[in-house]
Design a protein around this ligand. Structure first.
Ligand code: ZN
Length: 242
């Protein structure tokens, strides 16, 4: 067999223009596979226009590589980032809102069932007011953050304005001194993100849920900062706790 091949090789001659070499254009830093993908879901009962959302996110993200969106039947959307760097940067800048709806995004995991992704869990920045100066330290930040939810990061730049923390949304119980930044539409009656009080399905017959004295309100929103103070533009001084 080897002899046969050698004989054939001896006869084999390429002319100049037959010599084609296939060069791999795959760049190791430019992952094109699922390793750099994310998966997201719009956490709202009334979904915004998907194509417009894709366009807006693309224009806001300024990714190095192109991003593609693929909507799945289950309501989830695969976000195909072109490299890990893009994905990390965009995931670090969550929450992402479109049309006052939360687009909850997590890293894509190959083979993981769509319904096992925890889209209901999203980080939000929280401002804490009225902390006595002597208590404005890391320990207080950790204590408050961990009491409210799962503390992910502390922003030390807003030191003068109080301690700012990133917590998860699953915790709805708060006291007056906390305010969330960039909150999407949420229900003042049941506190859930994704619908407003008008379309709340909770039984309004009960006294607590009568709508006259809602448990939640716009007071949970931190005042909007000027665009140049936007946290998404400046992330130096943020300590990741998790
Ligand atoms: Zn509700």
């Amino acid at each position: 067999m080897t002899d046969e091949i050698n004989k054939l090789l001896e006869k084999l001659k390429f002319s100049e223009n037959e010599s084609i070499r296939v060069m791999s254009t795959r760049d190791v830093n430019n992952v094109r596979g699922f390793e750099s993908w994310a998966i997201g879901k719009t956490m709202a009962t009334e979904l915004p226009n998907r194509d417009v959302m894709y366009r807006v996110f693309k224009s806001l993200w300024f990714t190095k590589e192109e991003v593609d969106f693929v909507a799945l039947r289950e309501g989830a959307i695969i976000v195909k980032f072109g490299c890990l760097e893009d994905r990390s940067r965009i995931l670090n800048l969550t929450p992402w809102l479109f049309d006052r709806c939360l687009f909850s995004m997590v890293p894509f995991e190959n083979g993981k069932a769509i319904d096992t992704y925890e889209f209901w869990k999203a980080p939000f920045w929280l401002r804490v007011y009225n902390i006595p100066i002597e208590l404005m330290d890391r320990q207080t930040a950790l204590d408050i953050g961990n009491a409210i939810g799962e503390l992910a990061a502390i922003d030390w730049k807003d030191w003068n304005g109080g301690v700012v923390e990133l917590v998860d949304t699953d915790e709805t119980e708060t006291i007056g001194v906390f305010k969330y930044e960039r909150l999407p539409d949420f229900c003042y009656e049941c506190g859930k993100i994704g619908h407003t009080v008008k379309s709340c399905t909770i039984n309004k017959e009960s006294e607590v849920m009568s709508g006259l004295n809602p448990q939640f309100g716009s007071w949970l929103r931190a005042p909007i900062v000027s665009p140049n103070q936007d946290r998404s533009m400046r992330r130096n001084g943020v300590e990741l706790v998790k």
